[in-house]
Design a protein around this ligand. Structure first.
Ligand code: 4AD
Ligand code: MG
Length: 471
């Protein structure tokens, strides 16, 4: 259907041509002499309006053709009189492939809430909204690879099972081996230690403790220390028990790592990347973006256009704190140099103070940031950056990495992390260390930002949040 309707002429050039469509029935409207069946094949938002008459082969099955059924329709493309669409299909033959009971099919014609659709996650891709989200998510993934590949980055697969804690924040899922009572063997994943509070190492991953990765960064750094510019793009996991519209327990992260680079190079790469992928979907997903603009977030296209056209604001953490204090706004959480910025502060900065422009905040206090970030000359801050966008808040977190062995060892000690378990990471500083920098972008937050979808659970096909892994 996208091939027919996707062109500038909305299908006019197809008039008179034969066409076969396979898809799912969205609606079926019977009139006295004709029946209109709207068929969607998922290739685009538009349905193909199919016009059936008693002469249509298979017309005797018309009573079984209901919302949700799968069909094959053959016919000739014709100009449509209705005005809602340029063309329709005059059907010569219809085959009912899989029937659907209209009385129990959960997605009825009336608009249903996204909350309800989460309870039928197996059927929600058949709605306009989730079909559009899936296509735009796909385009963002394609544009991500295209941006980095065209810039000479090598894609590296980082491991999902790992022994190291990249963020040092203890939000890892613990991996255990399923014991003999399992029919298939395999692995059980559990973030809860045994009853006495200790982890039972006999049940861990083949005799050694292992976790699901929270970030591919440390592994990415090893490849950047050999191949120069690399990026990872894969699933990451956080066992944080937070019930927000911006957190998932399983999310996809894009983590570029640039060798022979500093924080300025890192920020330039993050800005160029974000502008590239946003421009890509504006140009290549027009129909879906128009849909979001009308039904999900009014004005999103203008907002995204300005992201592509204007440069991003840059400011230091210290200036951000001054700005927040100077605003005299009553925030729920305190603002004070040395405390981390909360989501309400981040949103104030990008949405109110800078009218919706993306803002990069740099040079955070070292005590609130991860051990691997490079210490600045002031001794108090690190060369870190967060990129904030309206509605979502933190979209990207990154830094220049500490490439000096003695500084890094001191940071591990300060953070109470075991140096021995980071021996291979420290080796990178022993053998041919180079200044390098990178960042991580949460892919579902990008999908939220690019579609206007307000809950992150609707930006991924099967969301994993506390208490939800049914589908
Ligand atoms: O800021 P974070 O924790 O940074 C890192 O993991 C670094 N190792 C990245 C790097 O420098 N290579 O996470 C990076 C991004 C965040 O900015 C956010 O967009 C996303 O990952 N993120 C989440 N997205 C969904 N659900 C969660 N629970 C998330 N936690 C982080
Ligand atoms: Mg962060």
């Amino acid at each position: 259907v996208s091939e027919v309707k996707g062109g500038e002429d909305e299908g006019a050039a197809w008039v008179g041509k034969e066409l076969t469509v396979r898809g799912w029935v969205r609606t079926c409207r019977a009139q006295r002499t004709v029946t209109f069946v709207e068929v969607n094949d998922g290739s685009c938002l538009s349905n193909m309006q199919c016009v059936l008459t008693p002469e249509t082969e298979g017309y005797d099955q018309i009573d079984s053709i209901a919302t949700g059924a799968s069909v094959l329709v053959e016919g000739v493309v014709a100009s449509s009189q209705g005005g809602k669409q340029k063309v329709e299909l005059k059907v010569s033959k219809i085959i009912l492939i899989g029937e659907s009971d209209p009385t129990s099919f959960p997605i009825q014609k009336k608009r249903v809430s996204r909350e309800f659709l989460r309870t039928v996650a197996h059927l929600r891709p058949r709605t306009n909204t989730f079909g559009a989200v899936a296509r735009v998510r796909n385009a963002l993934a394609y544009a991500t690879h295209k941006f980095f590949q065209d810039s000479g980055f090598v894609w590296v697969s980082s491991p999902i099972i790992t022994a190291s804690d990249c963020e040092g924040a203890g939000e890892q899922f613990y991996v255990t081996t399923l014991l003999s009572n399992s029919a298939e063997g395999g692995c059980l994943v559990n973030s809860i230690p045994s009853k006495d509070g200790r982890v039972d190492w006999s049940q861990d991953f083949f005799g050694k403790p292992a976790f699901l990765t929270v970030s591919g960064q440390l592994n990415g750094e090893t490849y950047a220390s050999a191949l120069s510019d690399i990026y990872t793009f894969g699933p990451t996991f956080r066992a944080e028990n937070s019930n927000t519209t911006r957190h998932l327990a399983e999310f996809w992260m894009i983590e570029p790592e640039l060798a022979f680079a500093d924080l300025n190079d890192d920020m330039a790469c993050a800005s160029a990347y974000l502008q590239y992928v946003v421009k890509y979907i504006l140009e290549n997903c027009k129909e879906d973006m128009d849909f979001f603009n009308t039904w999900v977030e009014k004005g999103i296209i203008d907002r995204l256009n300005s992201v592509v056209e204007k440069s991003f604001v840059q400011m230091s953490y210290s200036d951000a704190v001054k700005l927040l204090i100077g605003s005299n706004k009553k925030f729920e959480f305190p603002v004070k140099w040395g405390l981390d910025l909360q989501s309400e502060h981040e949103r104030y900065i990008t949405e109110v103070a800078f009218g919706g422009r993306p803002v990069i905040i740099r040079d955070y206090p070292k005590d609130i940031k991860a051990f691997y970030m490079r210490q600045n000359d002031d001794g108090k801050t690190v060369a870190a950056m967060d990129l904030l966008v309206p509605r979502v808040g933190e979209l990207i977190g990154g830094s220049q990495r500490e490439e000096r062995l003695d500084y890094l060892e001191a940071r591990l000690d300060e953070a109470n992390l075991n140096k021995d378990s980071y021996w291979w990471y420290l080796d990178l500083r022993r053998y041919g260390s180079v200044p390098h920098a990178g960042f991580g972008l949460g892919f579902e937050r990008l999908v939220q930002f690019a579609t206007g979808i307000d809950n992150i659970r609707d930006a991924i096909p099967f969301p994993r949040v506390p208490g939800s892994a049914e589908f």
